[in-house]
Design a protein around this ligand. Structure first.
Ligand code: PBG
Length: 329
């Protein structure tokens, strides 16, 4: 309720000094809001630049400690693992996803061995890092098969759970997978594994650098519009979220982030459940390059991240999560 009016009422009074601005802050950011994505690669002692993502690297398993140590020191609650596997291991069915000795499995084991429960691990469930066509599901005569894909996603989820993954995050957008994966996890004794559904995941041009990072960009046949959402739609996102909650999702993701703040807010207001947001690779690279070229200054990062909190996000996946001490001052 606004009472009074100008000239007796002046909102600038609250903004007058640093200390007064502090008292009127409505949102805050801290390291506990963040999830750090880590790209994994084969080999030993490797730390490789990703050309389309300034200051983001791929790490071989024996160098993960370098980044996880820092994440724990900076009080980041969770990391998310993404593999760039050798192209020779990719095929049309993405069978490497079910290999007990694949990069993600090795990554989980390495982190859990060293850090136990000091930090959470989240893993994507989807086939795109493993398929020769770059799609998240099985492809047959140009159609992504829904139910057949889910059978593989169930196996992928169980495998990751067996390895010690804490949060299973299906990012594939097949219909009905959340319920089926929850059921399979429960039947296998994994009742306490969290399920984070990428529920409102849009078919977006902002994923480009990520696909480059996991080596699927050049392979991708066509686009992902038959399973990821149309960016013209809002109600459809609410339906997706409603279904995933019913099927047993513990929390839901909105992705990308900054162009979809309206969706974060609507989902939060309507469902009152934890909403995670992914500041995706394209958003990251836009910011990073504009800052590098001195088009905008680095405070833009903090501003972009605070926008997620303002919109109602509980947690933020961001490639900046390894540099928060410079961002949150
Ligand atoms: C794959 C997946 C994607 C991202 C996370 N998991 C890309 C895609 O769907 O093509 C994007 C993340 C980013 O751009 O940072 N299922």
């Amino acid at each position: 309720m606004i009472t009074g009016k100008y000239p007796s009422l002046r909102l600038r009074r609250t903004r007058k000094e640093n200390w007064s601005r502090k008292l009127f802050e409505e949102n805050t950011l801290s390291s506990s809001d963040f999830i750090l994505p880590i790209f994994l690669m084969d080999g030993k002692n490797k730390k490789e630049e990703i050309l389309s993502m300034p200051d983001v690297y791929r790490y071989s398993i024996n160098r993960i400690a370098q980044i996880v140590d820092k994440a724990i020191e900076n009080k980041i609650p969770m990391v998310a693992l993404f593999p760039k596997i050798n192209n020779k291991l990719k095929n049309d069915k993405g069978t490497e996803a079910l290999n007990h000795n694949n990069l993600v499995c090795k990554g989980i084991l390495e982190i859990k061995k060293k850090y136990k429960n000091q930090i959470g691990i989240m893993c994507d469930v989807a086939l795109d890092p493993y398929t020769s066509h770059g799609h998240d599901g099985l492809l047959k005569s140009n159609v992504i098969l829904n139910d057949e894909t889910i059978e593989l996603l169930i196996k992928q989820s169980i495998l990751q759970a067996q390895m010690g993954c804490d949060v299973i995050a299906p990012s594939d957008m097949m219909d009905g997978r959340i319920g089926k994966i929850r059921k399979a996890l429960d039947q296998n004794g994994y009742q306490n594994i969290l399920l984070l559904s990428y529920a409102a995941k849009y078919a977006s041009s902002f994923y480009g650098p990520f696909r480059d990072a996991i080596g699927s960009k050049k392979l991708l046949k066509g686009d992902k519009k038959t399973y990821q959402m149309d960016f013209k739609n809002t109600n459809e996102a609410l339906r997706e979220v409603a279904l995933d909650i019913k099927e047993g999702a513990d929390m839901v993701m909105v992705k990308p982030g900054m162009p979809y703040l309206d969706i974060i807010k609507s989902v939060k207001e309507k469902f009152k459940i934890p909403v995670f947001v992914y500041q995706v690779s394209g958003e990251y690279s836009l910011l990073a390059n504009a800052i590098k070229n001195k088009i905008i200054n680095e405070n833009a990062i903090y501003e972009s991240l605070m926008a997620f909190k303002r919109a109602g996000a509980s947690a933020i996946i961001s490639y900046y999560a390894d540099r928060l001490n410079k961002i949150i001052k």
